[in-house]
Design a protein around this ligand. Sequence first.
Ligand SMILES: C[S@@+](CC[C@H](N)C(=O)[O-])C[C@H]1O[C@@H](n2cnc3c(N)ncnc32)[C@H](O)[C@@H]1O
Length: 285
Amino acid sequence: MNAPTLAQALQHAAQRGLARIDAQLLLLHCVGRPDAGRAWLLAHDDDILSPAQAALWEQLLARRLNGEPVAYLTGRKEFFGLPLQVDARVLDPRPDTETLVEWALEVLQPLSAPQVADLGTGSGAIALAIQHQRPDAQVTAVDYSQDALAVARANAAQLKLPVRVLHSSWLEQVEGRFDAIVTNPPYIREDDPHMPALQHEPRQALTSGADGLDDIRAICAQAPAHLVPGGWLLIEHGWDQSEAVQQLLKTAGFTLVHSRQDLAGIARCTGGQIPCAPGDGQTVK
Ligand SMILES: C[S@@+](CC[C@H](N)C(=O)[O-])C[C@H]1O[C@@H](n2cnc3c(N)ncnc32)[C@H](O)[C@@H]1O
């Protein structure tokens, strides 16, 4: 077959069942215009792919149809307005996680030069978004995976953001106390039926024991000793875990424990505050 026009390439992808937005992002990548938008594609729909571009397009189309995230195929993902480098060493950052960043920015808002930790940083998405919004903050990005830390370091360098990158299992090798600890840890049950659909992402970024809560349990237990009085722990979790996470936070001594909804209106983040002084405890319903 002759090399297709851009319009023909998109039509072909739709016939094979690829979502239009995915096809557009992959095609922009193939023609070397990753920053151009859909309007550019429309304006150039008669352009013909070069043989090399057509070969790359066919290859990426097949990989996407096999379930690889678009971000791994293009090597980039926008998160909180920041262009991140992303590959199979890290979780593909999800838009829902921006809810957690917004919450963190709110609790940090009254503080100057706050200390912040992002546990399980992966690509560095959360840490870098907070550092970008709060240049006065000292942000520490922690991960157990050296592969993930290499990606986070590369993103920090590329974006010129002074995030401190640290190797640790949760807070075990971390010193000091923070005004906020923010985390999107693994929280999927080992036997979750959706795991095959996530086969291209690192397993250590996804699953956490029989009920998906092993890592959240560890973080809730470790965090109080690493927070200043009045400091917050904010956690992203699964769609059906908000009650369990609220209970874990209360058991660990947190107050003002409550959950927030993601972009789909599901309670997907839960947080609590270390009391400022003994007896300060309150609960938000
Ligand atoms: C769900 S991913 C989140 C990545 C990133 N924060 C995001 O939101 O896109 C969870 C991350 O936790 C890391 N992780 C898993 N176990 C860990 C542990 N014991 N200590 C620190 N990080 C861990 C994984 O390597 C992975 O990068």
